[in-house]
Ligand binder design. Structure first.
Ligand SMILES: [Ca+2]
Ligand SMILES: [Ca+2]
Ligand SMILES: [Ca+2]
Length: 166
């Protein structure tokens, strides 16, 4: 993985285990409402990875997961879930536009801490009930301010389908 990762343009923050539930979630760095961060992690059978993202409100949050086999569109099968502080699922994606990796676009009007969970296909309760095993890059990006969001949604719509390292 290291050779592939270092060759990758998206150098990220290393995932730190254990991170298997929200209380152990890894913090996503932010600068006010602005977030642009990526993590390099790994999913193994039974593993769930949580990341905590603190949102100021009226944010449009993009989350994308990539693997290290961009030419192969169906080898690794992730799911992504975004939970609020009360554990309520506010956004979910299994398969993005192509293949079986995932991407989320969530409008988050309420400020607070949110928890992004990465797991394998079929683990809809995010408890580790899967047998996926692969290395990944997970990216977080926000666009603050609702007026900007309304203007930029059409422009950024193609990003929802962009999910592989190319
Ligand atoms: Ca992991
Ligand atoms: Ca984990
Ligand atoms: Ca999937």
């Amino acid at each position: 993985m290291l050779g592939l990762a270092s060759a990758c343009a998206l150098a990220g923050i290393d995932e730190v285990e254990p991170n298997d539930d929200p209380s152990m979630a890894q913090l996503v760095p932010s600068n006010g409402a602005f977030i642009s961060a990526s993590f390099e992690g790994a999913l193994s059978p039974g593993d769930v990875d949580y990341y905590q993202v603190n949102l100021i409100g009226t944010d449009l949050l993009f989350v994308d997961i990539f693997d290290f086999t961009p030419a192969v569109f169906d080898d690794n099968d992730s799911i992504l879930g975004l939970f609020d502080e009360n554990g309520v699922l506010v956004a979910f994606n299994d398969n993005a536009a192509f293949g079986t990796l995932s991407a989320l676009v969530a409008i988050v009007p309420t400020p607070g801490s949110y928890f992004l969970a990465v797991s394998g296909a079929g683990d809809v309760n995010f408890v580790g009930d899967h047998d996926q095993s692969f290395d990944y890059v997970l990216t977080f990006n926000t666009i603050p301010a609702p007026s900007t969001v309304l203007l930029l949604v059409p422009t950024f719509a193609p990003f929802a389908g962009r999910r592989r390292l190319g």
